[in-house]
Design a protein around this ligand. Structure first.
Ligand code: NAD
Length: 318
């Protein structure tokens, strides 16, 4: 019998995938890390380059450029592969294109005999997580999307900056679609157990518009970064490592990931960003935080946008 070693397979070693690989190596998260991409040269080069960092890494990791057969023994398959939006291409066009790419990838992974957990980062992430669930046939708790993990991190960072507190002490969530219809849960935002409204009262120069603008900056952060450097990758890469650690370390951590909703938050049959307890089995449970009426309305709208897109994908198994 094979002695159990943690293996993570990464599919798609572009900006996001290779940053994730680098962050994984630096944090010493797994014993084996295999990289798979259509672009063999780039991926092989990355594997060589990363291996040369091993003498400086906190623990040993075996890293190689591989193929789908290597997914058989993987505990986790992380997908960062896919096409980016081209000029003149609609979001729906991209959905159809990436769904077709995902069909191919997920079928190859499953054909290897893979029986672990999928973590999806490719956009539109909530839709492609749903597609991965359908194409794989795996139980819903073993398919996870990065969801609003990055948006929540941006929110915590900006709130920390605004109130001059370490973002790790900020408890506040962005939920909904990872995209234009996401929303902040102000009704449950706190710093060190004290509601944000209290912190606001004690801030001499506080203005409500500052918080409204702060959320807009969270929601539109990707546009601002893409305008400057063409892509975003470090933040999401670290977010993916955080989810990976929660899974491999059986941490039961609460993270805002894209999870399947089944009669919770007033929704069903959609993958969407919500706080969820993540452990070695995937999503242990979705955490329902009581939204106020305005938040619930926005959340419902976000879910309906996602459901409409899902219903437009012709190649999804019923
Ligand atoms: P990229 O173009 O640099 O990388 C994509 C990689 O996928 C390339 O290396 C390409 O060769 C590979 N690929 C394409 N089709 C493939 C296939 N069929 N099989 C195997 N590999 C294939 O793009 P990127 O900047 O790394 O972004 C990747 C995805 O991550 C995009 O969809 C992007 O929108 C998304 N993203 C998500 C978040 C988030 O919060 N979820 C944040 C940033 C980026």
């Amino acid at each position: 019998m094979r002695h159990h070693v943690n293996r993570v397979a990464l599919i798609g070693t572009g900006f996001v995938g290779s940053s994730y690989a680098f962050a994984m190596l630096n944090q010493g998260v797994t014993e084996e890390f295999v990289m798979i991409d259509l672009n063999k040269e780039k991926s092989e080069g990355d594997a060589m380059d990363l291996n040369h960092g091993l003498p400086f890494a906190p623990s040993a990791t075996k890293i190689w450029f591989g193929d789908y057969s290597d997914c058989k023994d993987a505990d986790l398959v992380v997908i960062c592969a896919g096409a980016n939006q081209k000029p003149g291409e609609t979001r729906l066009d991209l959905v159809q294109k990436n769904s077709a790419i995902f069909k191919g990838i997920v079928e190859e992974v499953m054909a290897s005999g893979f029986d672990g957990i999928f973590l999806v980062a490719t956009n539109p992430v909530d839709i492609l997580t749903y597609a991965t669930w359908k194409f794989s046939g795996l139980p819903k708790e073993r398919v996870i999307g990065s969801g609003t993990i990055l948006d929540t991190a941006r929110f915590r960072y900006l709130l920390g900056e605004y109130f001059k507190v370490d973002p790790r002490n900020v408890h506040a969530y962005i939920i909904g679609e990872h995209g234009d219809t996401e929303l902040p849960v102000w009704s449950h935002a706190d710093i060190a157990g004290r509601p944000i409204s209290d912190w606001a009262k004690n801030k001499a120069d506080f203005k409500q518009e500052d918080l409204d603008e702060l959320f807009v900056n969270v929601r539109d952060a990707a546009y601002h970064i893409i305008q400057r450097k063409g892509a975003t990758f470090y933040g999401i890469a670290m977010g993916l490592v955080r989810v990976t650690k929660a899974i491999l370390g059986n941490e039961n951590s609460v993270l805002t990931v894209s999870a399947h909703l089944d009669n919770i938050y007033g929704q069903e049959d959609v993958f969407i960003g919500v706080p969820a307890v993540v452990n070695r089995n995937g999503i242990r449970e979705v955490v329902e935080i009581g939204l106020d009426a305005n938040e619930q309305e926005k959340f419902n709208h976000s879910a309906s946008v996602l459901k409409n897109i899902i219903s437009s994908i012709s190649i999804l198994p019923k």
